[in-house]
Design a binder for this molecule. Structure first.
Ligand code: C6P
Length: 415
């Protein structure tokens, strides 16, 4: 009998990791690409690209619909991807994993379905000042339909959100607390467990927008204790067009469908329709089949590497960047909370972030500039825009140096 051996992943080595991402070896404007915009969308490893090509070339058909080989294979693969997501976030059942188009779609689903079920006039939805528009606007839509109100927890000057500020805002009228796990602008990691504890004490449910959190933290939804966790595949080194809503089974069971269409029903007559069980109840129409397989491949990839080492590497890059960036005259870091993931916003006196990003691009350095879909946060910070460098598992200290060198050049051009 063969002994069962579990292979521990090789120790994290960024140079090995970089070889897995084909795009990183290309030139941009004749310069080596320095990709520092993974918070917007991460690059894809060869394993994801190959898994998706293989599916299109060999195993493509619609899912849950055909009694023939290819459809059964595609269905098995699609459901296997769901199981990969379940283990990745430690959900207790695959029935708690709803595939969506992305995090935005997942949050809209919860706001429209759970929000309509749970909210009445005078009830409160609690958000924080650093939320992405995707975790603001869906709640405004449901607020306007139900007569509920939105309360906003302020942030501190360093971009942190204190538990005390939550305690001051939460109350018996709070029914839903919707918060980012990690801010896409400031990198702040929010104290989710403490927030959940406070929310549950007053009977409120907690939705965590895990778009950035899933990338930079090891997520265990049962340990976090929240009720909903939403994320997109494309920031997690998977494709776009696929996202995940995790929700407690009893909530999904109680929630009405979000959209109607094929596959979400049990029976349909012109008089009345009945619904399938979750997660099918929330997956109306042909789902993003190959993107789901791509997400599964991204999770396989992350499971194969030393993830703890990868997260430590990202922290190292963040701290190095936080030391090096202020050496550029006039540069101000935006977001300096103690507990941070590898996302760093900054401004430069006298230079608009858009101009900065355009000039950096000429050096092959890709950063994002603008309001980052967080206009209320920009207002709270007293700025109209920032530039933002966000680091993924494939970035290096040498790339931080390249960013700093390009910023010095940009100063010379712009000021
Ligand atoms: N933030 C950024 O550059 P979608 O578009 O559905 O995949 O993700 C929306 C979203 C929701 N919440 C947070 C915290 C996010 O960061 C994002 C996407 C990108 O910061 C694009 S605006």
């Amino acid at each position: 009998m063969n002994a069962v051996t579990s292979v521990a992943p090789a120790k994290f080595d960024v140079n090995e990791i970089r070889k897995d991402f084909p795009i990183l070896s290309r030139l941009v404007h004749n310069k080596p690409l320095v990709f520092l915009d993974s918070a917007a969308s991460a690059q894809k490893p060869r394993a994801v690209i190959d898994a998706m090509s293989f599916a299109f070339e060999n195993e493509y058909a619609n899912v849950h619909r055909g009694a023939y080989y290819l459809s059964e294979t595609a269905t098995t693969n699609y459901e296997a991807a769901r199981e990969k997501v379940r283990t990745f976030i430690n959900a207790s059942s695959v029935n708690e994993i709803v595939f969506t188009k992305g995090a935005t779609d997942a949050i809209n689903l919860v706001a429209a379905s759970y929000g309509r079920l749970a909210l009445k006039p005078g009830d409160e939805i609690m958000l924080t000042a650093l939320e992405h528009h995707s975790n603001i606007v869906p709640w405004q839509l449901i607020r306007d339909q139900t007569g509920a109100e939105i309360k906003v927890v302020p942030i501190n000057a360093d971009g942190s959100v204190s538990v005390d500020a939550f305690a001051r805002t939460i109350g018996p009228k709070t029914k839903i607390v919707a918060v980012a796990h990690v801010s896409n602008v400031l990198g702040t990691i929010l104290p989710i467990e403490a927030i959940v504890e406070m929310a549950h004490k007053v009977g409120a449910k907690v939705l965590v927008d895990g778009c950035q959190g899933i990338v930079h933290e090891k997520v265990d939804v049962q340990a976090l204790g929240c009720d909903f966790y939403a994320f997109s595949g494309h920031k997690l080194y998977g494709p776009n067009g696929i996202g995940v809503l995790w929700a407690r089974a009893e909530l999904l069971d109680a929630m009405p469908p979000y959209q109607g269409g094929g596959e979400m029903i049990s029976t349909v007559t012109f008089k009345q329709s009945t619904w399938a069980e979750a997660p099918a109840k929330f997956e109306a129409g042909t789902p993003p089949i190959v993107p789901a397989l791509g997400l599964g491949a991204a999770i396989d990839y992350l499971n194969r590497i030393d993830r703890v080492g990868a997260i430590a590497h990202e922290h190292d890059l963040l701290h190095y960047a936080m030391q090096q960036l202020p050496t550029v005259p006039g540069l101000k870091l935006v977001g300096t909370a103690q507990n941070k993931a590898s996302v760093q916003s900054f401004t430069m006196d006298g230079a608009h972030p858009h101009d900065l990003a355009t000039v950096l691009d000429r050096s092959g350095v890709a950063v994002r500039a603008g309001h980052h879909c967080a206009q209320p946060l920009m207002e709270a910070l007293g700025v109209t825009a920032t530039a933002r460098a966000s680091f993924g598992i494939y970035n290096t200290r040498a790339e931080v140096d390249a960013l700093v060198a390009a910023l010095h050049k940009a100063r010379a051009v712009l000021l």
